[in-house]
Ligand binder design. Structure first.
Ligand SMILES: [Mg+2]
Length: 394
């Protein structure tokens, strides 16, 4: 478990390897995250090793590495760990060699099942569903009713069911569309069964990546609290949340304990930038006063009519009033007492010091997750506006 306080001038002094999420962490769609290529190149030059860890079970490692190379990263297929590999590994641990497995997924998933000594058959092409002893399910845009129907029969017949991941959606050029979790939900409804899950946030994917590469002190880096960070926590690994993807500052402030990261940074450039990142507390520990959060003071108001509110003000010191520092200070103050019940008050987005970035950490480029406590009426308290030198939460 990481201690509270600033993690020091450089992450790479602490960790020997990085387990990197892809979308939102190293790239966004067809573009590399600004600074990510240079950051990883410099890390590699210092001897840091990588694994690109993806829940995507539809593409083989070669295709993932090829995409990364096109974006400027020096990635090899051997540095890619997919949930298809993890799913096949889960099957191999439980089945006799040569067992027939009904595959709901792409050719890449069938290849991974074959690579562990099992016999993959596309579910929709099974002549006799009774011949399969297991189902493995990963995302494929080609999945049809025949595939699901055959898988349903295998599962109802007592077959093992392994899902590569439970991601409800997949990012596409036209937005978020149904992902493997949505197809798993169809089979869950039809069978009443629950699959074993190989991908993030469950630990088989991280376990396989760490074991396969022989990492001793890896750091998980990702942009999603509910997969990357929760997965790191489940696997007992340290984690760095980057705010270059879907997670916003509001999401972080309101997240449940199981999804709280050890460190937070804007993006991968923080790997080499002193104080462009910060550590977060666990339990009652305060944030290190020498870190970026130390520039902020969070106090409980005693003002008549505002008792109990937390008031944040800039206290000066060695660090400039960065938004990241403010976010860390708020988390340190709020998490031990507020749990997940948080809402910005007043309801307007807090003013953010300029730092040359286009995306706000408070609102991000995407809306907060559906059902976020930040959007609940019961977490909001009416009142007067805070001053320009302070913000209030309750
Ligand atoms: Mg991501």
């Amino acid at each position: 478990m990481t201690e509270a306080g600033d993690p020091g001038p450089d992450y790479l002094d602490r960790y020997d390897a990085l387990l990197l999420d892809l979308d939102g962490t190293v790239y966004q769609g067809r573009e590399a995250v600004p600074g990510a290529v240079d950051a990883l190149r410099a890390a590699s030059a210092r001897g840091t090793r990588f694994r690109y860890v993806t829940n995507n079970a539809a593409r083989p490692p070669e295709a993932v590495a090829e995409h990364l190379v096109e974006l400027g990263f020096a990635a090899a297929p051997a540095e890619v760990s997919t949930s298809a590999q993890a799913g096949a590994s889960v099957l191999a641990e439980r089945l006799a060699p040569g067992s027939t497995v009904a595959v709901v997924g792409t050719e890449a998933l069938r290849a991974e099942v074959s690579a562990v000594g099992l016999r993959p058959v596309r579910a929709g092409e099974l002549d006799d569903p009774g011949s399969a002893v297991a189902v493995v399910q990963g995302h494929s845009p080609e999945t049809g009713w025949r595939d699901l129907a055959a898988a349903c029969r295998v599962i109802r017949g007592g077959g093992l069911w392994v899902a590569c991941n439970l991601d409800p959606t997949v990012p596409t050029d036209v937005g978020q569309l149904p992902g493997n979790g949505s197809m798993v939900a169809a089979l869950r409804t039809a069978t009443g069964a629950e699959p074993l899950v190989a991908g993030k946030p469950r630990r088989p994917l991280f376990d396989q990546a760490v074991r396969g590469a022989g990492f001793r002190r890896p750091l998980v880096v990702g942009d999603r609290l509910d997969t990357d960070i929760a997965g790191a926590r489940n696997a007992g690994l340290a984690s760095l949340l980057v705010l270059s993807g879907v997670c916003t500052g509001r999401d972080l402030l309101a997240c449940v304990e199981e999804e709280r990261p050890d460190h937070v940074a804007w993006d991968l450039a923080a790997l080499h930038a002193p104080h462009a990142h910060g550590a977060l507390p666990r339990g009652e520990s305060p944030v290190d006063a020498d870190g970026p959060a130390g520039a902020w003071v969070v106090e409980r108001s005693a003002e008549p009519g505002a008792e109990g509110r937390l008031v944040v003000r800039h206290a000066g010191g060695a660090h400039a009033p960065s938004s990241l520092g403010l976010l860390l200070a708020l988390c340190a103050a709020w998490w031990p007492v507020g749990g997940t019940r948080a809402r910005w008050w007043p309801s307007t987005t807090p003013r953010r010091p300029r730092c040359g970035r286009s995306a706000s950490p408070w609102s991000g480029t995407e809306p907060a997750r559906a059902g976020s406590p930040l959007d609940r009426a019961d977490g909001c308290a009416p009142g007067t506006s805070g001053s320009s030198a302070s913000e209030e939460i309750r």
